[in-house]
Write a protein that binds this ligand. Structure first.
Ligand SMILES: [Zn+2]
Length: 198
């Protein structure tokens, strides 16, 4: 028999505290606030009392997750490429304020003890534009004029989106790449690379 209790293989999920903003699992964007943490016996139950859309609901703990934080997620992917400050330089004041709110909500301890880590604007940092291309497909079904065949047509669209506010749609992959090349800040302006002089 082991002398010591084995540690749990799966880390225990965090417990939200009253006042925190949370989301229902699998319902993207449906958020509410924790009113009360509920522990009950017979039958055993762990969950939360939440206010969602003005109503109070009791939800099991496993069905409560972090709310969506779109700007924070985007900022983190840019930080992974060392472009965190360049990303912030692209945002207008309202979106920067939203990013800071999302960061503060996700990192309450850091926000209290080390507020200097909060994403912020640095004077002199030039914005770097990088548009993301997303392809969507719409499917149309039409019967041929004599009713013998069902024709299926697909219409593809390429959407370009950049944190600076660019949001455009084009009709071919080539046009999307051309537009992206026009919009994006050229990368690789390393002075040691030949051919990068202006
Ligand atoms: Zn841009």
């Amino acid at each position: 028999m082991p002398l010591r209790k084995r540690s749990r293989k799966v880390p225990r999920p965090r417990t939200y505290t009253p006042g925190e903003r949370v989301q229902l699992r699998g319902a993207y964007g449906v958020t509410g606030h924790v009113l009360k943490v509920i522990y009950r016996n017979s039958p055993p139950f762990f969950g939360y009392l939440l206010t969602v859309g003005g109503k109070e609901v009791e939800v099991a703990g496993r069905d409560v997750v972090d709310p969506p934080r779109p700007l924070l997620e985007e900022w983190r992917t840019w930080c992974a490429d060392d472009l965190g400050y360049e990303y912030v330089a692209l945002l207008d004041d309202a979106r920067l304020a939203q990013l800071q709110r999302e960061w503060t909500e996700a990192n309450p301890v850091l926000a209290r003890d080390y507020p200097r880590y909060m994403p912020r604007r640095i004077e002199g940092v030039e914005p770097v534009h990088r548009a993301k291309i997303v392809k969507t497909t719409e499917r149309y079904e039409t019967w041929s004029s004599n009713g013998a065949h069902l024709r299926v047509r697909h219409r593809h669209s390429w959407w370009l989106r950049c944190p600076c506010g660019l949001h455009e749609v084009v009709e071919s992959s080539h046009a999307a790449k051309t537009r992206k090349a026009e919009h994006d800040t050229p990368l690789g302006q390393d002075p040691e690379q030949p051919g990068s002089d202006p």
